[in-house]
Design a protein around this ligand. Structure first.
Ligand SMILES: [Zn+2]
Length: 736
């Protein structure tokens, strides 16, 4: 090992010569000096902070070859190309992994032996091969850089067992080699695990703050696909052609969301591992060149891409861990300007992720569940999201300094004084001997424990059931906030058991007032929506929706028509989201066409116009979200067919629809206000008496549900199919 002691000036000169930059970012210079002096070095630096330069520059300056251990073979080539881009000779950087042929590998080793190669990227698996160890023993290694070092720790989110053998390999080189470990995401637990495993406990440590002041964090409830997609379209449209990424869990949804964006005039593209390599790199290029504004991607996107002016990152699904969330949202606003981070949260998504964990080995499953638990806590917190994130990464942060850059600080929930209950919670942790997780503690306080816990005698404890008058959400809020504020500590190694800190103990002696916002109860918010009816998406303006519902009821009485003949729930819902104030606006509402608008919409338009004026609501025209209309061609064929009185069976088979599907399509057509005359078919196929019965039924009915009609009419010997046919006629006659 050779120690290179460069002056500040010499180092700047080297930076200029090798990379053309005239100054270092943040702590880069100190880190590089530490490594040049032969010291083990540990770097925690958020993505985009300039991590790779910390080992690239010393590698170019020092004698010998630096080994860069990197987890992804796919990225090595990019990294090597990037370095070669600054140099005359390709031999300056190589990678050595299983993708090389024997001849290629031999050439790499020749260049190293000849002293031409300064950086060699290797996967940990390559290092463990005996022939390679023998080789590195015979050449000069300047240092070993372990990139993405969180992979070492089983507490990191992408643990790789081979990573744990690095120290052993380096010792086998039989030369003194400093190690630099770098990671963009490390909780205190992960950091200490990395250092212990690499035996660099005495390393010089450089941690940059994880605070990204320019990012705005927001979490919204996700009720269902349609509502989430609609809100995504609205967010993207409000961003005015800026670059953004929508992260989605499944390939299929990347396609679907990209499509929804495209029909709404956004330059969007899906991106996932199922696409060909060529297509993927073309999409990346188009994104960089701004021919594409929005990428709808599975997590495969973004690694190795450094577009500085990504203005928003949307998560259609919550990620599996806070590390992932931080890294993915971190791709917004790298240029220091604004970045908007919106995530959609539903409990159903979390359950799905938990299901994936079920097939994993026990240890991985337990860790996965804990990581997920932190994601849930983050989503549900009513406190500052920035404070929560930074606490997760081991940083203290005063929520005062958030500057309203998260939804909870911008629209603060009312705070509640919970001083007494904080005391109760801390005492409960102590009474249960710091041996239980948050879930058990909540159940314990609420007197709602499992059989097994009863058999352990938990129900005999003094504090059992002492917090029964409060909800689960309430106790989760207190226990989680108590952890974030340092009264309690979560033992990650011990499966998340809670223990009491000295601060917690002194709170018991001399209680200080403690006020917290109670968590969002997304489940409840979603259920409240559900209770209003299954066909409803989420209206953005519940007040207006209520007014519209009242108006619909009045109109229904006045016109003596069932309400659903006038407007469907879905249409009202859409109106309460889009504020149509003219006939042409109205025609763009779900389930409303020109005819229907002219016939029924006037009083609704008047009400909305008045409401918009009174409440000073902006209704930008481009807020109209269009649905993907891939079925429109079939609809046209059906209308033409019935005009020509073609038997329905034939229309169905010509359009590859079975009879059931055809009836459903026809129902959708008449719902949106288009006339469809199928009298010719009904005359031949529906008993006259049954037709009358059904028609009369719908005139009186509260809903147009087929099932409800069948319940009512089945004693009259009416079939489901007859009901469907007559319903089409009924809606066509009255609604249009
Ligand atoms: Zn905040």
């Amino acid at each position: 090992m050779e120690i290179a002691d460069l002056t500040h000036q010499e180092l700047h000169q080297a930076l200029q010569t090798h990379f053309g930059f005239d100054h270092f970012k943040d702590r880069q210079e100190n880190i590089i000096q530490s490594l040049l002096r032969g010291k083990d070095t540990f770097v925690v630096m958020p993505t985009g902070g300039g991590k790779s330069l910390c080992y690239q520059l010393p590698a170019l300056i020092m004698q010998g070859t630096a080994l860069i251990i990197s987890p992804l073979i796919a990225l090595m080539k990019n990294q090597v190309d990037a370095i070669r881009g600054y140099n005359d000779e390709d031999s300056v950087a190589h990678f050595l992994n299983s993708s090389l042929s024997k001849t290629q590998a031999r050439k790499v080793k020749e260049d190293i032996r000849a002293g031409k190669t300064k950086l060699l990227y290797v996967a940990p698996e390559t290092l463990t091969k005996e022939e390679n160890i023998q080789f590195f023993k015979s050449v000069q290694v300047s240092f070993v850089a372990v990139d993405e070092a969180h992979c070492i720790s089983e507490w990191g989110h992408d643990f790789r067992p081979e990573y744990r053998k690095i120290r052993e390999m380096v010792e086998a080189f039989e030369q003194e080699v400093p190690i630099i470990a770098l990671t963009a995401t490390a909780t205190p637990k992960v950091s200490s695990d990395i250092k212990k495993n690499l035996k660099i406990e005495d390393a010089k440590e450089y941690t940059s703050s994880f605070n990204r002041e320019n990012l705005y964090y927001e979490v919204r409830p996700k009720k269902n696909k349609d509502q989430a997609i609609r809100e995504i379209v609205q967010i993207v449209q409000s961003m005015d052609g800026e670059s953004g990424i929508v992260y989605v869990q499944s390939r299929k949804m990347t396609e679907e969301i990209a499509k929804a964006l495209k029909v709404n005039g956004v330059k969007a593209s899906p991106y996932h591992a199922g696409l060909e390599g060529k297509t993927r790199s073309r999409i990346q290029d188009q994104f960089l060149m701004e021919d594409i504004d929005v990428i709808c991607a599975t997590i495969a996107f973004g690694m190795g891409i450094d577009k500085p002016d990504v203005r928003f990152v949307i998560h259609y699904n919550m990620p599996k861990s806070i590390e992932n969330y931080y890294q993915e949202t971190g791709r917004a606003g790298r240029d220091g300007l604004g970045g908007r981070c919106v995530s959609f949260y539903s409990h159903a998504d979390v359950l799905k992720l938990e299901k994936f964990l079920r097939d994993k080995p026990v240890a991985e499953r337990e860790l996965g569940a804990q990581l997920l638990d932190d994601v849930i806590a983050y989503a549900e917190t009513g406190g500052c999201r920035r404070k929560y994130l930074l606490h997760y990464f081991g940083e203290q942060f005063d929520a005062e300094n958030c500057e309203k850059m998260c939804d909870n600080c911008k629209h603060p929930k009312e705070k509640q004084d919970v001083t007494d209950d904080l005391g109760l919670a801390i005492r409960a942790v102590l009474e249960l001997q710091e041996n239980y997780t948050i879930k058990t503690l909540v159940n314990f306080l609420r007197g709602d424990i499992s059989q097994k816990q009863v058999s352990l005698g938990l129900d005999k404890k003094e504090l059992y059931n002492q917090g029964a008058e409060h909800s689960e959400t309430y106790w989760y809020s207190i226990l989680r906030q108590a952890t974030v504020h340092g009264f309690l500590h979560k033992e990650i190694e011990e499966y998340g058991k809670l223990s009491v800190t000295p601060k917690g103990n002194s709170q018991l002696q001399t209680p200080e007032p403690f006020e917290i916002p109670i968590n969002h109860d997304f489940e409840k918010m979603i259920q409240e929506n559900d209770a209003r009816g299954p066909s409803k998406g989420t209206a953005l303006d519940p007040t207006l929706l209520n007014m519209l519902e009242d108006l619909l009821e009045r109109e229904s009485k006045r016109k003596e028509l069932p309400p659903f003949v006038i407007f469907q729930e879905a249409s009202l819902n859409d109106m309460a989201t889009q504020y149509p104030t003219s006939m042409s606006d109205m025609e763009r509402i779900t389930g409303v066409n020109k005819g229907k608008a002219r016939r029924f919409a006037r009083p609704f338009i008047d009400l909305i116009t008045e409401y918009v004026e009174e409440n000073d609501i902006d209704t930008p025209e481009d807020f109209v979200v269009k649905q993907v209309a891939n079925k429109s061609k079939i609809k046209v064929e059906i209308i033409k067919g019935t005009d020509r009185k073609i038997p329905l069976e034939d229309i169905g088979s010509a359009n590859k629809l079975n009879f059931e599907e055809l009836l459903q399509e026809m129902y959708m057509i008449v719902l949106s206000g288009t006339k469809l005359n199928i009298d010719y078919y009904i005359e031949e196929n529906v008993d006259e008496y049954a037709k009358e019965e059904i028609y009369d039924y719908f005139l009186e009915a509260e809903t147009d549900s087929i099932d409800a009609a069948f319940q009512e009419l089945q004693d009259d010997d009416v079939t489901l199919e007859e009901i469907q046919l007559v319903r089409i006629k009924f809606l066509s006659d009255l609604g249009n």
